[in-house]
Write a protein that binds this ligand. Structure first.
Ligand SMILES: Nc1ncnc2c1ncn2[C@@H]1O[C@H](COP(=O)(O)OP(=O)(O)OP(=O)(O)O)[C@@H](O)[C@H]1O
Ligand SMILES: [Mg+2]
Length: 261
């Protein structure tokens, strides 16, 4: 039996640019997300990936169609959704511990529980040694791990990530991708992530939603079944029969979209 947590139905977005101009960013996008799955939105630059994610977060309203979370239509942001942005969003004047406790404090979580949950998620992202350090003392990848721990500590039903590893060097990025798979397994969280990195999408995704270039429409929904479930390390995925075919297929989709304009 399928267990759908999130459902987009006929979602479109037109932005008013003023002076009688408008831009259609997203057109008639429909897809479902299963509980505990990792879904990846993939597509060329400007195709509307961030816009779709922001509508799921409730930061933008669709111009048409609906976004439903647990059967309820989304109107505005909520604690059931946590967002990790591309830019590091840690508070530099707070220690790692206080950064991770911050949201829980705002939400009135009692101190003892707050401390315990913060320690748990800081451990999950491998930063226990740095619990009393400040973000400026950390590397970019470590800061992004703080942002992930802080978001997870609020126990969102849905973790939304907009190119969270985009600014990281290749090796850190690869470690972060593996960490995300581990988090998805251990924290039993549902993840919707945006990327334009094909390798990252295939490694992470249970489902890839490929959007065509402007306006963003679903071109294809791809299920990397060759992985036969989640794989903990990236080289094993790349070595699997079926990886090369899927990568080439997605590269062709990308290329078709790139030459359209
Ligand atoms: N607030 C806004 N006002 C007007 N237009 C916007 C707004 N946000 C996005 N757009 C437009 O919507 C389209 C899709 O933008 P979006 O940021 O969703 O693309 P993207 O797929 O995330 O691109 P990238 O890969 O470069 O991050 C673009 O043409 C952009 O100019
Ligand atoms: Mg974007």
């Amino acid at each position: 039996m399928s267990d759908t947590i999130l459902s987009l139905s006929g979602v479109s977005k037109v932005f008013d640019l003023g002076g009688g101009h408008s831009i259609e960013a997203v057109r008639d996008v429909s897809f479902d997300v299963q509980r505990n799955a990792i879904s990846v939105l993939l597509g060329p630059s400007g195709c509307g990936k961030s816009t779709v994610l922001r509508m799921i977060a409730g930061l933008e309203d669709p111009s048409a169609g609906t976004v439903q979370l647990n059967g309820q239509e989304v109107h505005g942001p909520g604690r059931d959704r946590g967002m990790v942005f591309q830019a590091y969003t840690s508070f530099d004047w707070l220690s790692v511990r206080r950064n991770v406790e911050f949201g829980m404090k705002i939400n009135g979580v009692p101190k003892a529980e707050r401390q315990e949950r913060a320690a748990h998620f800081i451990d999950l992202v491998g930063l226990t040694k740095f619990i009393d350090a400040y973000p400026t003392q950390l590397s970019g990848g470590m800061r992004q791990r703080v942002a992930i721990a802080r978001t997870l500590a609020n126990d969102p039903a849905l973790l939304l990530m907009d190119e969270p590893f985009g600014a990281l060097d290749a090796e850190t990025r690869w470690h972060m991708q593996e960490l995300l798979v581990e988090i998805a397994e251990r924290a039993e969280t549902t993840i919707v992530m945006v990327t334009h990195d094909i390798e990252e999408a295939i490694f992470l995704a249970d489902q890839i939603v490929f959007l065509s270039a402007h306006p963003g429409q679903i071109k294809e929904q791809i299920h990397p079944e060759f992985k036969q479930g989640r794989v903990a390390d990236k080289e094993s995925v790349i070595a699997r029969p079926g990886y090369g075919d899927m990568e080439r297929h997605i590269m062709r989709l990308m290329r078709e979209e790139g030459t359209r304009e």
